[in-house]
Ligand binder design. Structure first.
Ligand code: NAD
Length: 451
């Protein structure tokens, strides 16, 4: 079926009002939840095929996370959708004013490959909860997950309102030529620009969930054992292919030396002395990304790791100490299990280093001092901040998730998702009698005398 025909179907469904009743929305959310539970084993298999994702990790970081978002939405949706009464200025009284939420229409959700189920289904659930019809375009770089979503979604969700379009650049380009009422894109900033340009043609609003280099600062007085464990966990989940993973570490030379053994112990504790044999450590998505990552550590002397295996696309958990600010490791988002450590002279130097670069998606600080945390909060800008905890902010449905500037536009999760996929319509109502507006009608010469 052509893109135009698919879009035409969804437009007709939306125009008929099918997607608007709360009961329809709740049915879709419950069905999506059922799909995640009933088809859990198949979804886990697809994630294992695409990313060698361990089934427990698949549950924690994808399926259960999506179920959690759906449950939170089901619990609060009725309240979120209620019109909000607002006060009216005295000059307009008597009158009432309220904000009502209306769905936008037909929404396009474009997903990435790194969390290929969750990052498609959470925006999809939100778009449906807000009463929209949706086309989802999963990433072609996670082909097993994409194919499975294309097979399952029509079995569970209303096919007159939800369609899956599979494919890569050509198919996405064709979709982007059409007019949508909102485009929700997750992926890298280069394609983010393509999406934003295409959307501008139709004045379509966009949400861009992008990435970038998220720093972690470790202060001299930080609890190094805990910091190492948490950093290693967040960095190595999904073999480092996580948008909110700490991309690089900033610390003093002295603390770097003290931290390294803790990082080594944490890696061994989680993945054993041979991470290649661990069922808990993932693989790189494809040869292109494997080659890119191998090149970044080729001919280096890593403090930890450094081994690679092209046949299984394995890159060992790798730490490289004393990396220069202009090193190739510091030019682009790493998106793999490689952690560069850049030496700074202290807190001020770390803050300068961060503020001289693109605003990151997330920023993490390990420090024993509240004053240092406050400085980072006040003096830097990022999508989110994790104080002594990297990456986990996305598990809090009441926190907005999204970037700022080059790391993204817009936000979602929980109620923020409903805000993203709805229009807040202003409604003002005033009785015709008494006609208090007479006071401001022309002729203005008389009005001037009155005020
Ligand atoms: P990707 O290559 O799968 O691309 C994302 C989507 O864009 C895919 O659906 C793909 O088909 C489409 N696409 C690719 N090239 C295109 C083109 N030329 N024209 C139109 N569409 C095109 O995924 P990726 O971009 O490699 O994903 C990794 C990036 O995403 C990282 O930068 C990561 O930080 C970021 N990311 C951000 C979040 C977030 O929530 N903020 C989450 C995950 C990943």
């Amino acid at each position: 079926m052509s893109v135009q025909a698919t879009l035409g179907d969804l437009r007709r469904t939306f125009a008929r009002g099918t997607t608007k009743p709360l009961a329809w929305r709740v049915r879709q959310l419950r069905a999506l939840r059922r799909m995640l539970v009933e088809r859990g084993p198949e979804l886990e298999n697809a994630l294992a095929a695409d990313l060698a994702k361990n089934p427990t990790e698949a549950q924690l970081a994808e399926l259960a996370l999506a179920v959690g978002e759906i449950d939170h939405t089901l619990r609060h949706l009725r309240r979120w959708l209620r019109p909000t009464r607002v006060a009216v200025p005295l000059s307009l009284a008597p009158a009432t004013a309220k904000v009502i939420r209306e769905p936008l229409g037909v929404v396009l959700v474009i997903g990435p490959w790194n969390y290929p189920i969750q990052l498609v289904l959470v925006p999809l659930a939100g778009a449906l909860a807000a009463g929209n019809a949706v086309i989802v375009k999963p990433s072609e770089l996670a082909p097993a997950s994409s194919a499975l979503l294309a097979e399952l979604i029509p079995q569970y969700l209303d096919p007159s309102a939800v369609r899956v379009v599979e494919g890569g650049v050509d198919e996405t380009t064709a979709l982007l030529r059409e007019r949508f009422d909102h485009i929700f894109y997750t992926g890298n900033g280069q394609v983010g620009r393509i999406v934003a340009r295409a959307a501008a043609e139709h004045l379509t609003p966009v949400t861009l969930e992008l990435g970038g280099k998220s720093p972690v600062f470790v202060d001299d007085d930080a609890d190094l054992t805990a910091a190492a464990r948490r950093i290693v966990y967040a960095k190595l989940v999904n073999a480092g292919q996580t948008c909110v993973a700490p991309d690089y570490l900033l610390t003093t030379e002295k603390t770097a030396a003290a931290l390294l053994p803790h990082l080594g112990s944490a890696i061994t504790e989680f993945y054993g002395s041979q991470p290649q044999e661990s069922a808990d450590f993932g693989r790189i998505i494809n040869d292109r990304h494997f080659d890119r990552l191998s090149a970044l550590i080729h001919n280096r002397k890593p403090a930890l790791g450094g081994q690679v295996d092209a046949t299984t696309r394995y890159i060992a958990p790798t730490v490289i100490d004393g990396v220069a600010a202009d090193d190739p490791l510091m030019t682009e988002e790493i998106f793999g299990p490689i952690l560069p450590i850049v030496h700074v002279s202290g807190v001020s130097d770390a803050i300068d280093f961060i503020t001289e670069r693109d605003k990151p998606l997330a920023l993490y600080v390990f420090s024993g001092r509240k004053s240092v945390e406050r400085r980072f909060l006040r003096e830097t800008s990022s999508g989110a901040v994790g104080l002594n905890i990297p990456a986990a902010h996305l598990l809090v449905p009441r926190l907005p998730f999204g970037g700022v500037g080059p790391s993204g536009t817009g936000r979602y999760h929980g109620k923020y998702t409903i805000d993203t996929f709805s229009h807040s319509k202003a409604v003002l109502s005033k009785p015709t009698r008494p006609d208090t507006l007479r006071l401001i009608y022309p002729p203005f010469t008389e009005l001037r005398d009155r005020i």
